[in-house]
Ligand binder design. Structure first.
Ligand SMILES: [Mn+2]
Length: 325
């Protein structure tokens, strides 16, 4: 099936690659690995993201090639590849508008809830990372994995599997990682940079979360709410708030965790995690217009923090009642 994409690439020359806003390791690693590989194949490649590359990923070789969105779609662009993006709007408001009428869009993704936007689809719902799909593609095309490409793929796969802790970590994923190490990934260096260095501001936010998290429903549900204005008081940015749900999901006995964040534009952002395979948080998220994976999902919806929290927690409590321990 990857031959279809290879022939698409062979018949196009000016190729754009883009991923979701607030890019994570998989979004960046997938963009970068595919971008570098296509450059090596002689293509004219543009890599874009609506948001900046977070500081923790700035070490990746070639990541400076991921640029802010252009003002206009470049006239010569003849193929746009979207990676790790389950829904067109996840590209970001500006990107979604900019490329809305573009006639040749490829959708490569691993989200089971992918909406099927675009004209060519390479969707493998449930795979550990989009970077793992990109890895399989590059291998099937016999593309040389340079250390830069391998490091980008390793970062994508490592971050989306929670450092190979999630059950999406299949034998195939581990074989891919072994192959990437042979291609020149410096595991110790990458892991130190991504996981073992935390900005002070992030630790301050973590403290805030631990002070104010709520554990309820007989210890099965943990949540934390970041009210509007609190980010400014703490002097933190969006980037600092990304992994908060991972803190509250570690509580022993907790099966579902949610972070509510008032975005101060009339919308509430939520990150949901499940530790119970019977409770699919993507299904819960879908009830409110969100999406994601069975064990990790997100929602953005209009409303006040109190109203939104009430509705979403009610849906979660009902699921928890349905599947008692
Ligand atoms: Mn991903």
């Amino acid at each position: 099936m990857y031959e279809t994409l290879l022939s698409l690439i062979q018949t196009h020359h000016h190729i754009g690659i883009i991923s979701h806003f607030r890019p994570d390791g998989d979004a960046l690693g997938s963009t970068l690995a595919l971008g570098l590989a296509l450059q090596d194949m002689g293509k004219d490649v543009c890599m874009w993201n609506e948001d900046c590359v977070p500081a923790r990923y700035a070490f990746l070789d070639g990541v400076e090639g991921i640029r802010p969105l252009p003002e206009l779609v470049p006239a010569e662009l003849d193929l746009l590849i979207c990676v790790d993006t389950g829904d067109w709007k996840r590209l970001g408001d500006r990107a979604a508008a900019l490329f809305a009428d573009f006639p040749a869009i490829v959708n490569i993704d691993h989200h089971g809830t992918n909406s099927g936007y675009g004209h060519y689809h390479f969707i493998e719902g449930g795979e550990a990372a989009c970077g793992y799909i990109i890895y399989k593609m590059l291998r099937s095309w016999s593309v040389e994995l340079t250390p830069a490409i391998a490091s980008a793929l390793y970062t994508a796969i490592s971050t989306d599997t929670g450092s190979f802790q999630y059950s999406s970590t299949t034998p195939g994923v581990m074989r891919a990682v072994a192959d990437l190490l042979e291609a020149g990934v410096d595991v110790g260096d990458i892991n130190r940079r991504i996981y073992q260095e935390i900005p002070l501001s992030t630790l301050m936010v973590n403290r805030e979360v631990l002070n104010h998290m709520v554990v309820e429903s007989d210890g099965a549900l943990s949540h934390y709410s970041m009210p509007g204005g609190r980010k400014a008081e703490l002097g933190i940015s969006l980037e600092d708030t990304k992994d908060l749900v991972d803190i509250i999901r570690t509580v022993q006995g907790v099966r579902v965790s949610v972070i509510f964040e008032d975005l101060e534009d009339g919308r509430i952002r939520m990150s949901l995690r499940s530790k119970d395979p019977r409770i699919n948080v993507a299904e819960i998220a879908a009830q409110f217009g969100g999406g994601g994976h069975a064990m990790a999902a997100g929602i953005r919806m209009k409303g006040t923090l109190e109203d939104v929290r009430e509705q979403v927690l009610k849906a979660i409590r009902e699921k928890l009642m349905e599947f008692q321990n």
